[in-house]
Design a protein around this ligand. Structure first.
Ligand code: ADP
Length: 190
């Protein structure tokens, strides 16, 4: 099974994706984590992405499409994967459609975590305060506002995109973490 987990920054995509990975044996592929690792390693892609990420903007589509296209071919993805943070705009979604088609893979479901902006700001401020070794470079008020703006302008249209394809499954991302996980498992097992 191959799925996408979709939702605004701070919605809990990473946490839920890790639980799905553990519960369903699907590999979590987080473009944010991969880009942060590349930035920390100082690779050419990482160096290019670092400042863009810190501002809360999107890194160029060809970079993330290239990363995902290579990564899904790895052996640990053969049992299925969860895309977390990708696609983030319609062009990436279209590139993903072509990529999966070319590789003979299919997309089973798109899980949307529904959540209000007011809650996200509180959550990210809390995460920034609690992160060991200091907050992520983009967990500050300015970058967060940008990330939310980018989400609404570029990523939220994917909800309609996947609804039109009959793939969208929405869950209440404002419920308690365990309840969100329960709803997700229900959707995936149903
Ligand atoms: P969040 O969803 O909490 O904002 P992520 O870890 O998913 O955090 O992403 C952090 C940053 O990484 C984004 O703001 C963006 O700069 C970059 N990024 C991650 N995935 C993509 C993508 N698919 N396309 C472009 N940029 C991306």
């Amino acid at each position: 099974m191959n799925i996408i987990i979709l939702g605004p920054p701070g919605a809990g995509k990473g946490t839920q994706a890790q639980r799905i990975e553990a519960g369903k044996g699907l590999k979590q592929l987080s473009t944010g984590d991969m880009l942060r690792a590349a930035a920390a390693a100082g690779s050419p892609v990482g160096l290019k992405a670092k400042d863009i990420m810190a501002r809360g903007e999107l890194v160029p589509d060809d970079i993330v499409v290239g990363i995902i296209s290579e990564r899904v071919e790895d052996e640990d993805c053969a049992g299925g994967f969860i895309l977390d943070g990708f696609p983030r705009n319609v062009r990436q979604a279209e590139a993903l459609d072509v990529m999966l088609d070319d590789k003979g893979l299919q997309l089973d479901a798109v899980l949307e975590l529904q959540i209000d902006d007011s809650i996200l700001i509180d959550r990210i401020e809390k995460r920034a305060a609690e992160t060991e070794g200091g907050p992520r470079a983009d967990d500050n008020a300015e970058a967060l506002k940008k990330r939310l703006d980018v989400y609404h302008a570029q990523t939220a249209p994917l909800i309609e995109y996947y609804a039109a394809k009959g793939k969208l499954r929405s869950v209440d991302g404002m419920a308690e973490m365990d309840e969100v996980s329960r709803q997700i498992m229900e959707v995936l097992n149903g």
